[in-house]
Design a binder for this molecule. Sequence first.
Ligand SMILES: Nc1nc2c(ncn2[C@@H]2O[C@H](COP(=O)(O)OP(=O)(O)OP(=O)(O)O)[C@@H](O)[C@H]2O)c(=O)[nH]1
Length: 312
Amino acid sequence: MARLPFTVIGGFLGAGKTTLLNRLLRGSAGRRFAVLVNDFGAVDIDSRLVTAHGGDTISLANGCICCSIGDSLVLALVRVLEKADRIDHVVVEASGVADPARIAELALIEPMLERDGVLVLADATSVQARAADRHVGDTVQRQLDGADLLILNKADLVDAAQLAQTTAWLQARQAGARVVPAVHAEVAIEALFGLASNGAPAAPTAAASAATPPVRRWSLSTRGLIDRAALLAALAALPASVLRAKGILRLADAPLQRSVLHMVGRRIDMRSDTPWGIAALRSDLVLLGTPDMPADAELDRLFATVPVTPVA
Ligand SMILES: Nc1nc2c(ncn2[C@@H]2O[C@H](COP(=O)(O)OP(=O)(O)OP(=O)(O)O)[C@@H](O)[C@H]2O)c(=O)[nH]1
C-alpha cells in the first residue's frame, strides 16, 4: 500500500499555524487531509461543511477530517491510520513550543507514513526578537532550523525593508532555506508539499533532544457574561512576559455569540461569530508566558477587576 505523506506544521506561539491549517481544510484542492490539532476550539470550521462530528473527529464534506490530539499524538495517529483508505495526506499541527522536526521523525518509525516535510511559520513582527529571547530563544531557533519551508507570516504588519531584512536573516542562519512571505498564511497549497524529496531533512542534533522551555500557563473559566472593555484593559495591562492569550468567550455585549480572542505579543484581535451556530456557553481564557510571567495570584487579582454578570 502507498505510504501516506506526513507533514508537520510548526512555529512559535501565535505565528499562524492554525491559520494555515484552516486554509488547508477550506482549500484542500481535492486532497483529503487528516489534520491533527491540539485544540478544536481554535479551528474555524464552517458548520455547513461538517458531515459528522464524533467526540474526537470532525468529518467535512470535502473528504478532510480533523482530529483532536488529546493526550497522545501517537494514539491520535493510530486512530487516523485506521482510516488510511479514506485519506491522502496526514498533517499535524505542533504546539507552539514543540520541535516540529522531531515530530516529523515519527514518519521514520511508522511504516504507513512517509515524511513529506516540516513547514514552520515565523511571525515577521517578532521572530528575530523571540529567537534572541533568553527564555524561549533556543526553542524558536530549533523550530526554524528544522524547517523544510519557512513561511514568513504577517507580512502585512511590517514594512518592505523589515520584510527583506528578516528574510535575509532567516536565509543567513540556514543556508539555502526556502523562505516564502505570506499574509494570513496565504501560500499556494502545492508549494507546501513534496518538500522532503527536494532536500534532506535537517539531521537531528544534540539540541534537538533538549527539553521544551518552561512555559507558564494561567487560565480563567466562567459561566458569566464578561465585560469587553474591562477585559481588553486588563489584557493591555499585562507585561511582555505574557507571550500569548487565547480565549473563547461569552461577552456581555454579544451574549448569543462565541467571541474568539487572540493576543500575540501586544497585538489583540477579538472577533464575535457563531461558527458552529451556538454561543459559547462559558468563557475560557488561557495565558501563556515565560517563567517570569506574573504569579497566578497577581493575575487572579488583575482579572478580578473585570466585571462578570451571572447568567440567570
Ligand atoms: N495581521 C495578521 N494577523 C495574522 C496573520 N496570520 C495570523 N494572524 C493572526 O494571528 C493570531 C494567531 O494566529 P494563529 O493561526 O492562531 O496562530 P498559532 O500559531 O496557531 O497560535 P498557537 O496555537 O498559540 O501557537 C490570530 O489572531 C490570527 O488571525 C497575518 O498574516 N497577519
